[in-house]
Write a protein that binds this ligand. Structure first.
Ligand SMILES: [Zn+2]
Length: 594
């Protein structure tokens, strides 16, 4: 089922402006429809347990993927150019058009937007743990990539019924009041895509909501747009095809984490990893709590009963990697080899036993594993090149759901089912810290700082460039620790009985195009890493590690595609690798061994 919810608010916009807004919104919405859908041939997709991330979710079994073909976000396309005189040449009118409602990713056609490129996000927010209300102003600085009459931001302010969870009170563009409207599209809880006509899939929560901003005058191509959105409300926790995500209230604050959808639940954004931007995150909380964000702690200031933390992420970051996690944390800050480490451990973990290890405290293990971060980063630098940031660390979080001890039978509190590579400061649930002090989850998330964070996906179909590489980093680490060699791990993975893991379609995942519902398939991780080992065998160690390092350094701070990687591997190795990559990442089925 697909619904469309449209409402205009703003500065006394009146009926005429409302009509204009609807027309503009419609023409913006049309763009993604015109982009067309890529129908995936996959008839099944498996959410398999991926013990080392991103999904340790255990939701296995065949899931039917309905090819989306006729999703309908809102009214039918209407072309409505807006013209106004060019400032430089009054005789030549500029043809201003609304930006598209999607950035052009067929997996998630409403994610991101067209017509501009974000340079910087400034989040000036307050969080009230007693009410879970987040409030303040997010300022988005962008450059217009077309002449814009209107543009969209992704801002998932509405619940599945269309009611406002977050209310916008004002929007300005370049300091002048703008009008705006909101349009929500239900998302399938099965496919992660907009609900197709006639779909019987459950709706994900929240729907994707497009915020269309209409500036007082057209914005010429190349100009800087500064959009300030002031809002207040309780962010909606995401429940979709990929597990929980969002701003999770905890007993002392809130954990902010998720992939692929999380950013738009707490700030208006161009919510797609192909539009990276720098971030300033100012978060005000009751005095006594900590806020752990990305990058550098530029300041903290107490005022009355509150304290404001200023975090600066000075290198470009994908929106889903942003966090401002609030709580009662034990924070350890140190500088090793020029890198500032900030490690935060939720104080509830200091007294919590590791599962199946009575008396062993999660907090103690977390602290021991965090101590090894410089060693891990040095180790990974040997294969991947210099660590890309000047900050590092991690956040060990407690329960994201307290359960209900009064229920019959009682509901246990729950941990986040995945860890995530939040830029410079990954977020780890308690299970990432096992009694045997195995650091492999931390190795995985730190490897993502090279592959996934500093280099982002151009499209979600490219996610193996993140997960295959981070999984291969775990293999390198295991070998470096005196365990199996990467070739032995490859061999074990090649001969593994995936059907016995309830993952019978493991070999059917097309690594470089796993389908929207399959972005966290185990094949993306394991077969992705196997592809790298096979590439190493194909081109030899010298060329292989030159590829890994050069890929990371030459594309620093950008978003990259699989096609680029294939080209790069061919140029460094001097080999035609067409057949190799066709077999390993573009074709389903178990590749034969040479
Ligand atoms: Zn990962």
């Amino acid at each position: 089922m697909t619904t469309c919810v449209l409402a205009a608010t703003g500065f006394d916009s009146g009926p005429l402006l409302l009509v204009i807004a609807i027309v503009l919104l419609a023409s913006g919405s049309a763009a993604w429809l015109l982009l067309g859908w890529r129908k995936r041939g996959a008839s099944t997709a498996v959410f398999a347990a991926v013990p080392l991330l991103v999904l340790a979710l255990v939701a296995s079994g065949g899931v039917s993927v309905t090819p989306a073909s006729a999703a309908e976000p809102c009214p039918p396309p209407v072309s409505s150019p807006v013209t106004s005189p060019a400032p430089s040449d009054p005789a030549t009118p500029i043809d201003f058009q609304p930006g598209a409602a999607g950035i052009g990713d067929s997996y998630f056609p409403l994610d991101g937007n067209g017509g501009y490129d974000v340079q910087h996000y400034d989040l000036d927010l307050a969080y009230a743990p007693d009410t879970d209300v987040i409030s303040g102003t997010t300022t988005v600085t962008a450059v217009a990539t077309q002449n814009l009459s209107a543009f969209n931001l992704d801002f998932d302010t509405r619940d599945v019924n269309g009611d406002d969870a977050i209310t916008i009170s004002s929007i300005t563009v370049d300091g002048k009041a703008a009008t705006w409207s909101l349009a929500s599209t239900q998302i399938s809880k099965v496919t992660g895509q907009p609900q197709a006509e006639g779909s019987t899939d459950d709706d994900a929560t929240p729907p994707r909501t497009e915020l269309t901003v209409v500036p007082p005058a057209g914005i010429p191509l190349g100009s800087t747009i500064t959009t300030a959105v002031t809002y207040s409300g309780v962010p909606i926790v995401v429940s979709d095809a990929y597990g929980p995500a969002g701003v999770f209230p905890t007993p002392t604050g809130a954990v902010v984490v998720g992939q692929p959808r999380v950013a738009a639940t707490w700030f208006p954004s161009n919510d797609h990893p192909s539009d990276k931007a720098t971030f300033s995150t100012h978060m005000t909380v009751p005095d006594g709590l900590e806020v752990i964000g990305n990058g550098r702690l530029a300041g903290r200031e107490t005022s009355g009963e509150t304290e404001t933390f200023d975090w600066e992420m000075e290198k470009p970051m994908a929106t889903y990697l942003a966090t401002a996690t609030v709580g009662d944390f034990a924070v350890d800050t140190r500088i090793v080899d020029g890198i500032t480490y900030v490690d935060a451990i939720d104080r509830s973990l200091l007294t919590r036993d590791v599962r199946n290890a009575p008396g062993v405290k999660v907090g103690d293990i977390a602290s021991q594993i965090f101590e090894t971060e410089p060693e891990v980063i040095n180790f990974l630098s040997g294969s991947f090149g210099p660590y890309p940031f000047s900050e590092a660390g991690g956040i060990a979080i407690g329960y994201i759901d307290e359960g209900d001890p009064t229920a019959v039978p009682p509901v246990r509190p729950s941990d986040l089912p995945y860890a995530l590579e939040n830029q410079t400061r990954p977020i780890y649930p308690a299970w990432a810290f096992p009694a045997d002090v195995d650091a492999s989850v931390v190795v995985h998330e730190l490897a993502h700082q090279w592959y996934g964070d500093n280099l982002s996906m151009n499209r979600w179909s490219d996610i193996w460039l993140n997960e295959g590489f981070a999984t291969y980093a775990e293999w390198l680490w295991e070998e470096g620790q005196g365990g199996r060699t990467t070739q032995q791990i490859f061999n074990d993975a090649y001969t593994h009985d995936y059907a016995a893991d309830d993952d019978p379609d493991f070999w059917q995942t097309v690594v470089a195009d796993p389908g929207a519902a399959g972005i966290f398939n185990s094949g993306v991780y394991t077969r992705g890493a196997m592809t790298l080992q096979a590439l190493r065998n194909e081109v030899g160690d010298d060329a292989f590690f030159a590829i890994l390092k050069g890929w990371a350094t030459e594309n620093a701070g950008t978003s990259v595609s699989t096609a680029q990687f294939v080209d790069y591997a061919e140029s460094v190795s001097g080999r035609d690798l067409t057949e190799f990559f066709n077999t390993w990442i573009y074709t389903p089925g178990q590749p034969p061994l040479g």
